[in-house]
Write a protein that binds this ligand. Structure first.
Ligand code: HEC
Length: 101
């Protein structure tokens, strides 16, 4: 491969991977899809076992999720689920549910 081809490849690589299309901002809404089976698509499901999430303060939701994740709050399932997300993702999904009316 000539030096020009290599240089072009490197330049293209940086153009593609620096473009906004690849900028993955953590999306609370995307994460919330994986919660909807139990908590409802709008954060509320008519099932007594699965708490209503919508309209709860974001800080409270985030704190509970972090406590589930770090085994500071007993749970049947949420500890395992929360461990699958970064702290930043839990913050984003907490904020998403808190904004649902
Ligand atoms: C398999 C069903 C299930 C899924 C999927 C699930 N949850 Fe839960 N969630 C529960 C249950 C059950 C509880 C009650 C605590 C426990 O026993 O784990 C709960 C509790 C919670 C609580 C505490 C609410 C309160 O008022 O005490 C929060 C916050 C929460 N879930 C957020 C989420 C988020 C965010 C997701 C998606 C990333 C999610 N859950 C996915 C079943 C689920």
């Amino acid at each position: 491969m000539s030096i020009i081809k290599i240089t072009t490849s490197i330049v293209l690589f940086f153009i593609v991977f620096n473009s906004p299309v690849w900028a993955t901002e953590v999306s609370g809404k995307m994460i919330a899809y994986s919660c909807s089976g139990c908590h409802g698509t709008d954060g509320q499901l008519a099932s007594p076992g699965n708490p209503t999430l919508k309209s709860q303060p974001a800080d409270d939701l985030e704190e509970k999720l972090l406590r589930f994740k770090y085994d500071k709050l007993a749970s049947s399932i949420m500890g395992r689920i929360a461990k699958g997300y970064t702290d930043t993702e839990l913050k984003a999904v907490a904020r998403y549910f808190s904004l649902l009316k």
